[in-house]
Design a protein around this ligand. Structure first.
Ligand SMILES: Cc1cc2nc3c(=O)[nH]c(=O)nc-3n(C[C@H](O)[C@H](O)[C@H](O)COP(=O)(O)O)c2cc1C
Length: 281
């Protein structure tokens, strides 16, 4: 399984950067698994302490970097630069050999200000050069007015911003595929789109060819009420992919799933490994 490390430059619990990172994780195709890598536990880098592997948090972090196949870095802007926490993570990961080397990265900055963290974003890109990480060049992602992009359930509801972020994720997936070619997939991995409450595939004329629909319920539950795949897309495992996207959505937002359509119920019978994420009421 190809793993994508997601690093968030803010340490505060209600960080907009974390909310943006959740959106990006949700927009990845199912064959790329998002892994959130915490940088808040890393002591400040001090070379004196780094001679005999005495700082376990540094070793854990370096191993996490070695284990992933690409990175998504989401940073806020502090005083026109990246946060100290993120710079410290870059320094820790660069020693005693460079654990960032040969990664590819999508760099995203955000801010409540209109400038969208441009300064922080550029600073991250500058550091990536010396670490030999290959950033997605375009689109450049500076999210301004980030404080207006989320609803009270921390979901991004603005369809234009979602669509822009999907374009950025697709550019990242394309670049990742160049570094780590996988056997060609019958279905274009990027065909599945997200909107609040559904994952779907549209045909060229804009008609819906496949979709899975889910509704918010109380107590952090979502109910899957419909899964449909049109005749022309049957037999390619598309319903399963749609269901896996809902499962990952539930994992990112810490939700449980009520399977209220026959496909979701059948899926659960066939895949008891996901039992913990489902509830019947
Ligand atoms: C120390 C500090 C410096 C800041 N400097 C900037 C800045 O240079 N540019 C900017 O757009 N916002 C700046 N801000 C405001 C942050 O963009 C805002 O607090 C944002 O919500 C932080 O990101 P987060 O929500 O992901 O934690 C700064 C905030 C702090 C705490």
């Amino acid at each position: 399984m190809t793993q994508i490390g997601i690093i968030v430059g803010s340490l505060r619990q209600a960080a907009y950067s974390q909310k943006v990172a959740n959106v990006l994780a949700n927009l990845l195709p199912v064959q790329l698994t998002p892994v959130f890598i915490d940088i808040g536990q890393l002591p400040l880098y001090n070379a004196d302490l780094d001679e005999d592997d005495t700082v376990p948090a540094w070793q854990t972090f370096r191993q996490q970097l070695d284990d992933v196949d690409g990175l998504i870095i989401v940073t806020p802007e502090y005083n026109r630069g990246m946060t100290g926490a993120l710079k410290n993570a870059f320094d820790v990961g660069s020693k005693r050999r460079n654990h960032w080397k040969h990664q590819i990265a999508l760099v995203v900055s955000s801010s409540p200000e209109a400038t969208g963290g441009f300064g922080a974003n550029q600073q991250v890109r500058q550091v990536l050069v010396t670490l030999n990480v290959f950033p997605v060049q375009r689109p450049e992602v500076y999210l301004g007015h980030v404080n207006h992009l989320f609803n009270d359930q921390n979901l991004m509801t603005n369809l234009d911003t979602l669509s822009f972020l999907q374009t950025a994720v697709n550019a990242f997936v394309d670049l990742q595929a160049k570094f780590d070619p996988q056997p060609a997939d019958e279905l274009n991995a990027l065909a599945i789109k997200y909107e609040p409450g559904r994952f779907y595939i549209n045909g060229e004329n804009g008609s819906t060819l496949a979709e899975i629909i889910f509704h918010d319920q109380q107590n952090k539950r979502i109910m899957v009420t419909n899964t449909q795949v049109s005749e022309q897309l049957r037999g390619q495992g598309i319903a399963k992919r749609l269901m896996l996207r809902v499962i990952r959505f539930a994992q990112i937002y810490h939700l449980t799933i009520i399977p209220d359509c026959s496909y979701a119920q059948k899926f659960l019978e066939k895949h008891p490994e996901y039992q913990d994420l489902f509830t019947t009421n």
